[in-house]
Design a protein around this ligand. Structure first.
Ligand code: GLN
Ligand code: ZN
Length: 474
């Protein structure tokens, strides 16, 4: 989405033109399907930011200017000049560079990416503090985004509902979610994410360095479209983003409520990212901002904090030779986000459906205390990778598919858990759905979670036979 540096491109193209003459064709480097359509439509972006951007239509204009320049057409000179000025102005804009972020980045090398103690020590302290039963039950974070919630948000954004009215409605939703979870007797509760339009946009709107388009839709997969935020500048958090909502939920119940955050890798992957510094640097800036949120949640008394990273695998570069570099900085960013807490605070992460086989050691290196993954559709086969790797930390393999309205029976979920216990050791296993429940209806969520808790209770009452211990092999 960034306006091209045409001078740099001309430096490459001019010798080619000399060599190939009219046999040289110019085209964008990939399908325009992946760019928003037309920047001219964006009536709410300021002129400065707009002058740095180029959507599909503008990219074709850039292409025409390049072609004209190569053909020696003087008519393109004004356009070339304007482009040159915009690119130079962007490089110097104060909106991009935040000195406080620069200082923190410079010192960030000194910040430890390790938790205080290894998992084997942490988990004992966490268990002592949390006192959870075997096969602890929880959910991935979101509860149904009902039309009432969406209407409240729409009215609030349109100024028809004031801040306190909106907060009140969201608190009612949180209360409803907490009461329901208590009623079905889940062990670790969530606040339900009612206040979040989208797991990246919500945080982007509260962080410095992000901008939002009105029409910047792109295809995500199939017929689904997304409108990614634009990361144009240094990222900083000016105030806590989730603490009020989570502590409100925690105030309603003695059971632990999970703090719920989107991780730095996912924030990066699901945004349009500035191209004037390495992605790893932008990701580190996000990690530092979310790290502060993690610490604030801990200070506010939240005992479990989940940092979602559903996009970790999709960030893998196409070229295999670049995988290690990506995985290295991605893991470091996750660890930077969560390493500031005490051993007693339990860090969870969540990933959606993915082939974990070839990145399992990286998943291990995240060193999250608990990871929940989408597994039910694979009939738990996905866990093979975790078993072979002897994944040491705790895992919640999803026991029902949240993309389907089908209400799965307790029996069926219990069978899946028994399968999981064949691959993992029972002490490692958590019980949760595959993913968040925001797209489901309460009518579907209520019986499903009730069955899920029943399945866990049945396993507690009659634990599956322990898996045969493997002969120690080197
Ligand atoms: N916490 C998020 C939710 O429950 C996670 C969503 C995701 O994995 N894509 O909606
Ligand atoms: Zn998910």
């Amino acid at each position: 989405i960034w306006r091209a540096d045409l001078d740099a491109l001309l430096d490459t193209l001019t010798p080619l033109k000399a060599q190939l003459s009219e046999r040289l064709w110019l085209a964008p480097s990939c399908s325009l399907l992946h760019s928003p359509v037309d920047l001219d439509q964006e009536d709410r972006l300021d002129d400065e930011l707009k002058s740095w951007l180029s959507f599909a239509k503008q990219k074709l204009d850039e292409l025409a200017v390049l072609g004209g320049a190569l053909d020696g057409d003087d008519g393109v000179q004004p356009a070339l000049q304007a482009q040159r000025q915009a690119v130079a102005a962007r490089g110097q804009s104060r909106r991009i560079h935040d000195p406080a972020v620069g200082e923190r980045m410079a010192a960030s090398g000194q910040v430890s990416r390790d938790r205080l103690s290894p998992f084997a020590e942490r988990i004992g302290k966490q268990q002592a503090a949390l006192k959870l039963p075997a096969y602890p039950t929880t959910t991935i974070g979101s509860f149904p985004q009902t039309k009432e919630i969406r209407a409240a948000r729409r009215d609030w954004k349109a100024g028809k509902l004031d801040d306190s009215g909106y907060t009140e409605l969201m608190k009612q939703e949180i209360t409803r979610a907490v009461r329901y979870q208590e009623q079905v007797d889940l062990d670790v509760l969530v606040h339900g994410e009612a206040e979040r339009n989208d797991m990246v946009e919500y945080f982007g709107e509260l962080l410095e360095g992000f901008a939002f388009t009105r029409f910047g839709w792109v295809q995500s997969y199939g017929s689904r479209c997304v409108k990614p935020p634009v990361i144009f500048g240094d990222i900083a958090r000016s105030k806590p983003m989730t603490v009020d909502w989570i502590t409100y939920a925690q105030s309603l119940t003695p059971k632990p409520v999970k703090g719920m955050l989107t991780g730095p890798i996912t924030m990066l992957e699901w945004s349009f990212v500035r191209d004037d510094q390495p992605r790893s640097e932008t990701c580190t800036q996000i990690a530092l901002a979310i790290r502060d949120e993690v610490r604030d949640l801990e200070v506010a008394g939240i005992r479990i904090i989940q940092v979602d990273e559903p996009a970790m695998r999709e960030g893998l570069p196409l070229r295999r030779s670049e995988w290690d570099d990506y995985l290295h900085w991605a893991i470091q960013c996750f660890r930077l986000t969560v390493s500031g807490v005490t051993d007693r605070t339990q860090i969870h992460t969540h990933m959606c459906y993915a082939d974990f086989n070839d990145i399992i050691s990286s998943i291990g290196d995240l060193d999250a205390d608990v990871i929940s993954i989408e597994a039910s559709r694979s009939d738990m086969k996905l866990l093979g990778a975790f078993g072979e790797y002897h994944y040491p930390n705790e895992i919640g393999p999803g026991v029902y598919d949240i993309h389907s309205p089908r209400i799965v029976s307790a029996e069926e979920m219990k069978e899946l858990l028994i399968k999981a216990a064949e691959t993992l050791s029972p002490e490692q296993i958590w019980v949760n759905p595959d993913c968040g429940l925001k797209t489901r209806k309460w009518d579907e969520v209520k019986p499903s979670l009730k069955h899920m808790v029943e399945a866990a209770n049945q396993l507690r009452a009659a634990p599956p036979a322990a898996k045969p211990t493997e002969p120690a092999t080197a």
